[in-house]
Design a protein around this ligand. Structure first.
Ligand SMILES: Nc1ncnc2c1ncn2[C@@H]1O[C@H](COP(=O)(O)OP(=O)(O)OP(=O)(O)O)[C@@H](O)[C@H]1O
Ligand SMILES: [Mg+2]
Length: 266
């Protein structure tokens, strides 16, 4: 690790096979505390599967994963969350018939500690974490709305609120602005910047390049389960292999404008 600082996350040669398909094929990734690392790449590149393996949703076929001094290779999702990794999902994941507050209560309750025998009452700490998370994402006024009635932006905010209610050290965001309009994307950019300012370390997947490049201190591009690029945001569109396999010439030109003129069209 640069400057001798200790890595928060260290993934070495992670492989995930589904039958003969290596969805993740030897991914190594080191994340330092306080970084925002962005992951891009074509559909089916293995980005979500990589998140699933690191967050314990599915076990790795090979490789090792270390987090905050723990070997979390093969550890289950609930324990990994309690150790301090939270995530959101590419598709909406929530209890549809529960209210906004009830959803976040569940995250705050189960995400923080082992609950071998769940109690009937939520402690004050759970209520405080829920209140904080709802206020942080701006959903406090909608706390009694049933989730099924929420518009798309609020659903994204709900997933982020659930994740931060677990008080993570590391947050994984899987396409946090997929399906959102420009103004909504800016809203989420502001929110992630506030999370970073609060000291949270973030790894995010996104196809919306404007979002990915604006927030990331380092960008990784995956293709066929492998890392094909790792570097600074302004170098992504200069990489011929990334342009050929993912961005295309049109996006490359738009991104050039993005960096030279601060354009918003990327
Ligand atoms: N449970 C599964 N069983 C079998 N194959 C799977 C499974 N999950 C994912 N795959 C396959 O693994 C590959 C990687 O999928 P993944 O969802 O990780 O890609 P991605 O980079 O997140 O793509 P997108 O940008 O479309 O979300 C794809 O070929 C996909 O079909
Ligand atoms: Mg995906």
């Amino acid at each position: 690790m640069k400057n001798g600082s200790r890595a928060l996350l260290e993934c070495a040669n992670v492989v995930k096979r589904f039958g003969s398909l290596a969805a993740v094929d030897g991914m190594s990734l080191t994340v330092a505390p306080g970084e925002i690392v962005g992951i891009g790449g074509p559909n089916g590149a293995g980005k979500t599967t990589f998140f699933d393996v690191v967050t314990g949703v599915t076990p790795a076929t090979d490789g090792s994963i270390g987090f905050d001094g723990h070997d979390i290779t093969g550890v289950g999702a609930d324990r990994i969350c309690q150790l301090g990794i939270a995530r959101t999902f590419q598709l909406n994941a929530a209890f549809e018939s529960l209210t906004v507050r009830e959803n976040i209560d569940v995250a705050a309750y189960f995400g923080r500690a082992r609950r071998a025998v769940p109690g009937l009452r939520l402690g004050r700490d759970v209520r405080e974490h829920t209140d904080e998370a709802l206020a942080f994402v701006g959903l406090a006024d909608k706390d009694d709305v049933t989730v099924a009635q929420l518009p798309v932006l609020d659903r994204k905010l709900l997933m982020i609120a659930g994740a931060i209610a677990t008080k993570p050290k590391l947050l994984f965001l899987d396409e946090p602005v997929g399906g959102l309009n420009t103004k909504e994307i800016d809203h989420i950019i502001g929110l992630v910047e506030r999370l970073k300012a609060g000291g949270l370390t973030v790894v995010l997947i996104e196809h919306v390049m404007r979002f990915l490049l604006a927030l990331s201190s380092r960008v990784i591009i995956m293709h066929h389960g492998k890392k094909i690029f790792e570097g600074l945001p302004n170098a992504v569109a200069e990489d011929p292999i990334v342009v050929e396999t993912y961005l295309g010439e049109g996006t490359r030109k738009r991104l050039k404008t993005f960096f030279t003129e601060g354009g918003a069209q990327a």
